[in-house]
Design a protein around this ligand. Structure first.
Ligand code: KG4
Ligand code: ZN
Length: 353
């Protein structure tokens, strides 16, 4: 079963071809990140416009790179939620049109669930990709850490899962992005904070960990405010000092120490709960999904637990991509799930798992 996956939920226009849910034949991503950089976050209108401009060339490239013609594609999988409305619309309308024109089945994919399936890709002839040696086993603990979601999900099998906990406010990636903005580091915040943190000491400042009633729930809005207050205090100003003036007022050592302290505690919050969940449910596998899965600090802290082995996927498959959508699409086709009407499929910007 060979599926073309299309992903346009945020600022990446992505398409990929995957065979049988495990073989990555192509993975093409055009990012509009540089266009948003000066604004410190994604501008929805700019993202949507950029998707319109590049989606057809991206899909063409995905087919060429996979050495596939339309005749050898068995179905199309597309992200229909969650995400930005304008961005989702471009992907969904394109996928619907291509499904009708090529008489192919269409699979409606939940973006967040898709992230988990990046970990099912185990072989490729694409240069430079390092993939897991085998597919994860069930029951599977999925640690979903992205710009829009932070959740722990226990999969009993494909399409059969239980949400253990999730964030009640900001996602962890969102916290990275907001703290980066406070420190004047470039968007997206994950990679720029990681880089800055290398020059800092994570033990310089003690930032708070939010305690929540749900054992596996998260909250990241408190830590973001704590960083703001800390930065204002460090430059000797009161709490009404405007945040946009902080990047100039803080020196490089202060920025590095704040970045390192924030990164350490934000990641520790997740890692502590992964450990708890592992000890309670003893899953056969653990996978990390979503953009923050590319974090070296996350990988370091998880390996220090010494509780379980994780085979990480390539960082390019952690951030948004079409391959994860195509991979889940293959399992959807096999299990006859998520089939959508190409004449009717609508977007679901607030879709949850
Ligand atoms: O999964 P993703 O590409 O998009 C969403 O579904 O949200 O995740 C994007 C998030 C951003 O918040 C970004 O700052 C974060 O992933 N991110 C990272 C790294 N690369 C991307 N966070 C920490 N370390 C990284 N290397
Ligand atoms: Zn994502």
């Amino acid at each position: 079963m060979r599926i073309l996956g299309i992903e346009t939920s945020c600022d990446e226009t992505a398409a990929a071809v995957v065979d049988d849910g495990s073989k990555l034949l192509s993975n093409v991503v055009a990012s509009s990140v540089p266009l948003h950089a000066t604004y410190g976050g994604v501008v929805p209108e700019i993202a949507a416009r950029s998707h319109i401009e590049v989606i057809i060339p991206v899909i063409d490239q995905a087919l060429v790179s996979a050495k596939c013609s339309w005749d050898s594609i068995d179905g199309i999988a597309v992200t229909y939620g969650a995400g930005l409305s304008g961005s989702l619309l471009i992907g969904v309308l394109t996928a619907r049109t291509l499904a009708v024109a090529n008489r192919l089945p269409l699979f409606a994919i939940n973006h967040v669930e898709g992230h988990v399936y990046a970990n099912f890709l185990t072989t490729t002839s694409l240069p430079g990709y390092v993939l897991p040696s085998h597919q994860p086993k069930f029951p599977l603990l999925a640690v979903i850490v992205s710009g829009g979601h932070t959740q722990l999900v226990l999969f009993r099998d494909h399409f059969n899962y239980r949400m253990l906990g999730q964030t009640s406010d900001d996602a962890i990636g969102e916290a990275f992005d907001k703290v980066a903005k406070i420190l004047g580091l470039e968007y997206p915040g994950g990679p720029s904070i990681s880089k800055k943190a290398l020059k800092g000491d994570p033990m310089t400042y003690k930032l708070p960990i939010s305690r929540l009633p749900g054992k596996y729930d998260f909250s990241f809005s408190g830590i973001k405010t704590a960083v703001l207050r800390l930065a204002q205090k460090e430059v000797g100003k009161s709490f009404d000092f405007p945040s946009y003036m902080l990047p100039e007022a803080l020196n490089e050592a202060q920025k590095a120490n704040i970045a390192a302290s924030f990164q350490f505690i934000a990641i520790k919050t997740v890692v502590d709960k992964v450990k708890l969940a592992y000890q309670e449910f003893r899953p056969a596998g653990v996978v990390i999904a979503g953009g923050v899965g590319a974090s070296n600090e996350l990988r370091r802290q998880l390996s220090e637990l010494n509780e379980f082995e994780i085979e990480y996927t390539d960082p390019r498959l952690c951030t948004d991509n079409g391959a994860m959508i195509a991979a889940l699409g293959c399992f959807a086709a096999e299990h006859k799930k998520m089939l959508a009407d190409p004449l009717k499929l609508d977007i679901a910007p607030n879709l949850s798992m």
